[in-house]
Design a protein around this ligand. Structure first.
Ligand code: ASP
Ligand code: MG
Length: 409
C-alpha cells in the first residue's frame, strides 16, 4: 500500500470532463488500496482571468486583496473534484489552504510556507476519505489569505508530501515527463526516466518550465521523491530524486536548457580599481533588476570591460543605469544587445569528467557559432550566443552529447 500526494495542474482540471477524468484516476488509485492527498490548481486560464479583472479595477492591485481574489480559483476546483468523487461513491473532503492551516509568512502574492498542520488531513484519511487540498494558498498568523506565487500549487504538493511523509509526490501535467530538451526544438528529445534534484533545479532555472523551481528546491531539501507524469496518458513519467552514487556510469550531460528571455549590456573602458564592480551593480540591484551572468575582463591598459545579462524586460532600465554610470565613472562606452540566447548543458556527470566544456565549444565552433559569454557551475555550462543560432546550437549539442540515445557517427 502506497501513500502519495497527487497534484493535478490547470489543464488537467480545465473542464468538467477533465475533472471527471481526474476523479476516475484518483478513485482507481484508492480502489487499489492506496491512500492519497490530492492537490489541484485552478482551471486553466482562471488565474490569468482573475489577474486581469484585478488590473481592470486598479493599476497596482492591493496585494492582500489580490490574494483573496486569486485563491478563489483553486477553491472552485477542490469543490468540483470532491463532488465528482462523491458522485462515484468515493468519500472525499475538500480543504482550502487556511482550512488545513498551511501557515505562511505575510508576503502577499509570494508567501513562503512556514508550517503545515497535518492533523485534520490525517484524521480524514484514517476515516477513509480522499483529501483534496487547494494548491497555491495559505494563511498567515493573523488569518490573512496568502498565495505562493504563480505556479505555486507544485510547492503546496511538495510541502504536503514532506509534512505527511508521503512515499512520493506526483505532479500530473500535460507533458509525460522531463525531456532531454524541448521536443519542439529537437524531434529526437527523449523523456528522462530519472533526473537529480540538482539537475532539475538547473533545468528549471534555465528555462525548462515543467515545474515551479521552488517546489524542486523544497523537494530536494526534504528529500521528497518527485515524479512528473501526464494526466492524459499512462506512463512512468520522470522521477526526480537524489543522485544514485551506486550507478557505475552517470550520463555526462542529462539535458539541454535554453532561454531567449535575456539581454546583454556592457560598460567598456571602466578604470580598473577596487570597488568598480560593486559600484556598477549597486544601482542595478537597487532598481530591483536581477543579474544573471557576469563577465569582467581587464586589459593591460588598466581598464576593464564589464558585461552582464538581465531579463529582456529590464534591458532599457539597465542601459539607462549604465549610461549614467558611464559619465560618473569616466567609462568609454556602453553597448547592449537584446538578440541573444542562452544555451546550457546540465549534468551531474560532468562533475567528475574533464573535457565537457571543450567538447561543447568544439561543437559550437564546428557549426560556426560564436560564443559571446560563458559561465559554469559544477554541473552546468552556459553560453550566450546570437539568438538566430539558438535552435542550431541546441540540436547540435543534443547530438554531440548523444542525448537521443543513438550515438553519433
Ligand atoms: N493557479 C495558480 C497559477 O496559475 C497556481 C498554479 O497553477 O500552480 O499560477
Ligand atoms: Mg499551473
Amino acid at each position: 500500500m502506497a501513500f502519495y500526494v497527487q497534484k493535478f495542474g490547470g489543464t488537467s482540471v480545465g473542464t468538467v470532463e477533465r475533472i471527471a477524468a481526474v476523479a476516475d484516476k484518483v478513485k482507481a488509485f484508492r480502489d487499489a488500496g492506496h491512500d492519497s492527498v490530492v492537490v489541484v490548481s485552478a482551471m486553466s486560464g482562471e488565474t490569468n482571468r482573475l489577474v486581469s479583472l484585478a488590473n481592470a479595477v486598479m493599476e497596482d492591485p492591493t496585494p492582500r486583496e489580490m490574494d483573496v481574489l486569486l485563491s478563489t480559483g483553486e477553491q472552485v476546483t477542490i469543490a468540483l473534484l470532491c463532488m465528482a468523487l462523491n458522485s462515484r461513491g468515493c468519500p472525499a473532503k475538500s480543504y482550502t489552504g487556511s482550512q488545513v492551516r498551511i501557515t505562511t509568512d505575510s508576503t502577499h502574492t509570494k508567501a513562503r510556507i512556514q508550517s503545515i498542520d497535518e492533523g485534520n488531513i490525517r484524521a480524514d484519511i484514517a476515516a477513509g476519505n480522499v483529501v483534496v487540498v487547494a494548491g497555491f494558498q495559505g494563511v498567515d498568523e493573523l488569518g490573512n489569505i496568502t498565495t505562493l506565487g504563480r505556479g505555486g500549487s507544485d510547492t503546496t504538493a511538495v510541502a504536503l508530501a514532506a509534512a505527511l511523509k508521503a512515499d512520493e509526490c506526483q505532479i500530473y501535467t500535460d507533458v509525460d515527463g522531463v525531456y532531454t530538451t524541448d521536443p519542439r526544438v529537437v524531434d529526437s528529445a527523449r523523456r528522462l526516466d530519472k533526473i537529480t534534484f540538482e539537475e532539475m533545479i538547473e533545468m528549471a532555472s534555465l528555462g525548462s518550465k515543467v515545474l515551479q523551481i521552488r517546489s524542486v528546491e523544497f523537494a530536494g531539501k526534504y528529500n521528497v521523491p518527485l515524479r512528473v507524469l501526464s494526466s492524459f496518458q499512462d506512463g512512468p513519467g520522470t522521477l526526480i530524486t537524489t543522485e544514485d552514487t551506486s550507478e557505475m556510469e552517470q550520463p555526462l550531460v542529462s539535458g539541454i536548457a535554453f532561454n531567449r528571455d535575456e539581454a546583454k549590456v556592457t560598460i567598456k573602458g571602466v578604470p580598473d580599481i577596487p570597488g568598480v564592480a560593486s559600484r556598477i551593480l549597486r544601482p542595478v540591484s537597487d532598481a530591483n533588476i536581477e543579474v544573471d551572468m557576469i563577465v569582467q575582463n581587464t586589459g593591460d591598459d588598466n581598464q576593464t570591460d564589464f558585461t552582464f545579462t538581465v531579463h529582456r524586460n529590464d534591458y532599457k532600465k539597465a542601459m539607462a543605469i549604465l549610461e549614467a554610470l558611464q559619465v560618473e565613472l569616466g567609462a568609454r562606452k556602453v553597448v547592449g544587445d537584446t538578440k541573444i540566447a542562452k544555451v546550457s548543458i546540465v549534468g551531474v556527470g560532468m562533475r567528475s569528467h574533464a573535457g565537457v566544456a571543450t567538447k561543447m565549444f568544439e561543437r559550437l565552433s564546428k557549426e560556426g557559432i560564436n560564443i559571446q559569454m560563458i559561465s559554469t557551475s559544477e554541473i552546468k555550462i552556459s553560453v550566450v550566443i546570437d539568438e538566430k543560432y539558438l535552435e542550431l546550437a541546441v540540436r547540435s549539442l543534443h547530438s554531440a552529447f548523444e542525448l537521443s540515445g543513438n550515438s553519433e557517427l
